[in-house]
Each structure stands twice: as structure tokens, then as C-alpha cells.
Design a protein around this ligand. Structure first.
Ligand SMILES: *Cc1c(COP(=O)(O)O)cnc(C)c1O
Length: 407
């Protein structure tokens, strides 16, 4: 491992050059659903996925989604990528494409709520079984593999518990069993390059850090060209046939926002580290991969592209749902940020995943995985003055403690 590509991911994004048809510094936006062909033969070849540079129909691909997918492939250092209408559109397309009745999946038990619900409630309808494992225990992951296991699924940094998956170790397990390792890298774009660490397929929700504006929903799949072409094969490709396609206008916007992603990630990480250190110093139950107290702090450091820091996600355990609710309402009143799901915004967002973004996970299982009902998840914003924000948060916590003392 650590066979880092010569160009770092930020440089690969910086060096992209896509021009508009009149020399525009941004590529022209394709305003067409369908495309003409000069010859019937080229149309036929395109149907068979063979006419390079030709477009057929925008559910298959369009110039605008193509530019964005090239940028994403450059970021993840994969041969190719495919853009989808949402992160779930990417995840479900990959899983539906790779799996069939009778198959089995080994998945991390701490994954995005929608992913968990899809694996737990939806795939069984098609005769597909899933074993959920503690992804930080690689021996357990390997032990869960059966003859019918077709893939290993994990997030690099897990939602909401911020567990770090050992991608090189999981990749070695996947290789031994001849199955792909599928990694959702939504929480840590640029920070981790899972494909360089051995992942076969890398998925993102573009809705979060990558677009960063909270004005759209999108996703992508990055991987080898043959797999991406299979996904959009007109005869049996899940992405082509299920149809989670991103609109060209949106794709053009995401591409523009991607150019500020490296600077945004650095700032998200700096702010999160500053707040996490302050909360830690105040003796609170804070979890952040950049703190030495995080169980996988060393692993994170070993795998990371260090120029981007430890990411923008922090959790703080306030033990009870009531305290978490009060804390979040008071932070919103103090204009620290918004009580809202999602992440990767200029403003800090917070929610209590137990009753929010992970409510798909039943209470017993939340307990088993260590998800306290008082857990508050922060997505740190791009606050220019993080000390001011930190003071506001500490003030809220202090006044809650004082009120507790009086009660
Ligand atoms: C939000 C999210 C998803 C789902 O993405 P959508 O764009 O909302 O469909 C998947 N994985 C993770 C880790 C997420 O945070």
C-alpha cells in the first residue's frame, strides 16, 4: 500500500481542462436528451458501447455528466466513473448490478441509514442475504464470508460512529476470496483515496462535501472502465435500466463546485479539529479521528492524504435524547448552525442520528453498535473564525451544566 499516485488528488482536479464550445472556461452545458448521428452504423456501434466520444441518449450519458465523471475519476484515481441522481442511486445501482438471488453480502454494521435499510429490508425481497459485522474487526469480517458472498461493503469513515475501515486489510480479504470491496467515501473525499488503498469500487453521495452547497442531490460510482461500462450497458446495466440519471444542468454546477473542494476540505478539517480539541479539553465525550483518543487515529493517519486533515465530522455524546435535543436547539438559537440532517455545508449542521439519520437502525441494534441516543453528530462548517464558534458552543454547554446543577 501507500503506492500514492504521482499527482495528489487536488492537483488532479486542478489540472483538469474542459472548455466550452466557444472557448468558454467552463464546458458548455448539454441541453439535449437525445443526440443525432451522421450514420446509422455509428448509432448501432454506440448502442453496443463502442463508438467513443458519441452520445446516444442522456440516461446513458451526456457531455455534462461525462465531464463531471471524468473529474470524479481523476479525484479517486480510477479509470472511469459514472454520475447518478443521488448517492442512494449510486449505491443501489452497484448492489443491484453485482448481486442476484441466493447471493450474500458482508457489510459494515455502521453505514448510512438508507444503505442499511436497503441492505436489511429491500435486498431480502430478492433473495439476497446480508451479514452485518463490526468492520473494525477484520477477523470477524473474514469469518463472515461464505461461499455465496459476492462483495464486502463499507464506508471509509462510518456514519454516524466515525469508525475507520482498514481499506488495505479489507482489500486483502476481498482479494483472497475473489470478491470486490465496495467503499462509500462520502465523509472523506480527497482525505482518503480508497482505490489507491485497494478498493475496487468507490461510491460518493455528491450531495455532501463534494457539491457542498446543499442545493442538490447526486451521487457517483468510480471504478474500472469495464465495470462502469457494464453499469450503463443498454441490455443489463443497473444504472441504465433503473435510470438514476443526473440532469446536465446539475452536473455542470457540481463540476464547478468541485474546483473549490480541496480548499473547503482543508477548512472543514481545521475547524473540526479546533472544536474537537476544545470539547476534549473541556472533558466532554467527543469523538473525532484527529484526536489521539480516537480508536483508529493511527490507522486514519496511515491511510490519509495528510494535506486534507481529519475531515469535518465530529460526534459528541450527551447521553440522553433530551439533553441532545436541548443542546441542538440552543446551538441553533445561538446561530452556531442548523438543526438539520446532511453534511458538508458552509454552515455547521447537527442532528441526533439515533432518532434522525440512523432511525432505520432498530434501537437494540443501535445499542449493540454503541450508538447512544444522546449522540450529536456535527458537520463542521466553513466558519472563518472558529474560535468564536467554539466559544458559542462551550457557552451553550456550560449554561446547560449550570441548569443541571440547579435542577
Ligand atoms: C447521504 C449519504 C448517502 C446517500 O446519499 P444521497 O445523495 O442522499 O442519496 C450515502 N452514504 C453516505 C455516507 C451518506 O452520508
Amino acid at each position: 500500500m501507500k503506492n500514492k499516485a504521482k499527482h495528489k488528488p487536488a492537483d488532479r482536479i486542478q489540472d483538469l481542462q474542459f472548455f466550452g464550445e466557444f472557448g468558454g472556461v467552463n464546458p458548455s452545458i448539454s441541453d439535449s436528451a437525445t443526440y443525432t448521428f451522421l450514420s446509422a452504423k455509428t448509432m448501432l456501434d454506440t448502442f453496443q458501447g463502442e463508438a467513443d466520444g458519441c452520445y446516444l441518449y442522456s440516461r446513458h450519458s451526456s457531455p455534462s455528466t461525462r465531464y463531471l465523471s471524468e473529474a470524479l475519476a481523476a479525484m479517486e484515481n480510477t479509470e472511469s466513473a459514472l454520475v447518478t441522481a443521488s448517492g442512494m442511486g449510486a449505491i443501489t445501482s452497484v448492489l443491484m448490478h453485482l448481486l442476484r438471488a441466493g447471493d450474500h453480502v458482508v457489510s459494515s454494521r455502521t453505514v448510512y441509514g438508507g444503505t442499511y435499510a436497503f441492505l436489511k429490508n429491500f435486498l431480502p425481497k430478492y433473495g439476497i442475504r446480508v451479514s452485518f459485522v463490526d468492520i473494525t474487526d477484520t477477523a470477524k469480517v473474514e469469518a463472515a464470508i461464505e461461499p455465496g458472498t459476492k462483495l464486502i461493503y463499507t464506508e471509509t469513515l462510518s456514519n454516524p460512529l466515525l469508525e475507520v475501515a482498514d481499506i488495505p486489510a479489507l482489500s486483502a480479504i476481498a482479494r483472497r476470496h475473489g470478491i470486490p470491496l465496495v467503499v462509500d467515501n462520502t465523509f472523506t473525499p480527497l482525505i482518503f483515496s480508497p482505490a489507491e488503498l485497494g478498493a475496487d469500487i468507490v461510491i460518493h453521495s455528491l450531495t455532501k462535501f463534494i457539491n457542498g452547497m446543499n442545493d442538490m442531490v447526486g451521487g457517483c460510482v468510480c471504478g474500472r472502465s469495464d465495470f462502469i461500462e457494464d453499469l450503463r450497458n443498454v441490455n443489463d446495466g443497473a444504472a441504465m435500466l433503473l435510470g438514476p440519471v443526473m440532469d446536465s444542468l446539475r452536473a455542470a454546477e457540481v463540476l464547478k463546485n468541485m474546483h473549490t473542494l480541496p480548499v473547503r476540505m482543508v477548512k472543514h478539517s481545521q475547524n473540526a479539529l479546533a472544536l474537537a480539541r476544545a470539547l476534549d479539553k473541556a472533558g466532554l465525550r467527543v469523538k473525532y479521528p484527529g484526536l489521539p483518543s480516537h480508536p483508529q487515529h493511527e490507522l486514519f493517519k496511515h491511510m490519509m492524504n495528510p494535506e486534507f486533515g481529519f475531515g469535518g465530522m465530529i460526534t459528541l455524546d450527551l447521553e440522553t435524547a433530551g439533553r441532545a435535543a436541548e443542546f441542538m436547539e440552543r446551538m441553533q438559537d445561538a446561530n452556531v448552525g442548523y438543526l438539520a440532517v446532511s453534511l458538508g455545508f458552509y454552515k455547521t449542521l447537527f442532528n441526533a442520528p439515533g432518532k434522525g439519520t440512523s432511525s432505520e437502525v432498530p434501537p437494540e441494534e443501535q445499542k449493540a453498535m454503541g450508538l447512544s441516543e444522546g449522540l450529536v453528530r456535527f458537520s463542521m462548517g466553513l466558519d472563518f473564525d472558529i474560535d468564536r464558534t467554539t466559544r458559542k458552543i462551550l457557552n451553550v454547554l456550560q449554561s446547560m451544566q449550570q441548569a443541571d446543577g440547579v435542577r
